[in-house]
Design a protein around this ligand. Structure first.
Ligand SMILES: NC(=O)c1ccc[n+]([C@@H]2O[C@H](COP(=O)([O-])OP(=O)(O)OC[C@H]3O[C@@H](n4cnc5c(N)ncnc54)[C@H](O)[C@@H]3O)[C@@H](O)[C@H]2O)c1
Length: 216
């Protein structure tokens, strides 16, 4: 599908996945707006969007701000909803912060779309984490949902909010359960956001990669 000429909003657009998506869509000819609160210590980085900074609109605001969202969602054809707190470890030490970002902010977006962008298609970045430790492989959509931490519970609830708004209000949403995404512009400076980035950090800084158990 080519989004040439479409009006696109990317929440969390200065982060890892958001910035890669933004570069792709700008090059396809989409009119792209980025929303990002530049949450400290996570993936937001202006370096990520340096090559397209003059070809996108950037709005530094928080998705929990219902007033700015009202204007940002208007006239959008597609909303890639990637804003989130991504550390599973941090969700256990700061559960209310995770709830604010991964739940309240999501409801705020859905409410704004219900009232001000009823035709927009929302693509929500959910996570494989909601399945917990696999009971069987490969994991499919019929696998039981047993989120192992606060982050998984909030991401699952946010997914349910998206589905609910589709069923009850007709807001057009789809959720994708992403799995260990990696690549350019990924935050690799700490070990709290997934092992792939951290293993890359250890390798390029010539450090030891620590494995637990047998490493299998
Ligand atoms: N990276 C993965 O492996 C992975 C796996 C599954 C799901 N996901 C989901 O994909 C999405 C993007 O992940 P990422 O790896 O690009 O993370 P990231 O930390 O690089 O990007 C997230 C962005 O959201 C922004 N943000 C957070 N709270 C915000 C708020 N209230 N308002 C506006 N902006 C806010 C942050 O500043 C950051 O730039 C997240 O929702 C995450 O849960 C990622």
């Amino acid at each position: 599908m080519n989004l040439n000429g479409s009006n696109v909003l990317i929440t969390g657009g200065c982060g890892f996945i958001g910035s890669n998506l933004a570069i792709r869509l700008v090059n396809e000819g989409a009119r792209v707006t980025l929303l990002d609160s530049m949450l400290d210590d996570y993936g937001a980085n202006l370096f990520n969007i340096a090559t397209i900074k003059d070809r996108v609109q950037i709005n530094f605001s928080d998705m929990r701000d219902e007033h700015s969202l009202r204007y940002l969602v208007r006239d959008k054809d597609f909303i890639f909803n990637l804003a989130g707190q991504v550390s599973h470890l941090d969700s256990m030490t700061q559960p209310f912060m995770d709830m604010e970002v991964n739940l309240r902010a999501q409801l705020t977006l859905l409410e704004a779309c219900r009232h001000f962008a009823p035709d927009a298609v929302i693509i929500y970045a959910s996570t494989r984490q909601i399945y917990g430790k696999p009971i069987y492989l490969p994991v499919d959509e019929n696998h039981p949902l047993q989120p192992p931490d606060v982050n998984g519970i909030n991401k699952l609830a946010a997914e349910y909010y998206h589905s609910l708004y589709t069923r009850v209000y007709g807001v057009r949403t789809v959720s994708l359960r992403l799995t260990n995404t990696y690549g350019p512009r990924q935050l690799i400076k700490n070990s709290r956001q997934g092992f792939i980035g951290w293993f890359v950090n250890r390798a390029v800084t010539d450090n030891t990669i620590e494995l637990f158990g047998t490493g299998e």
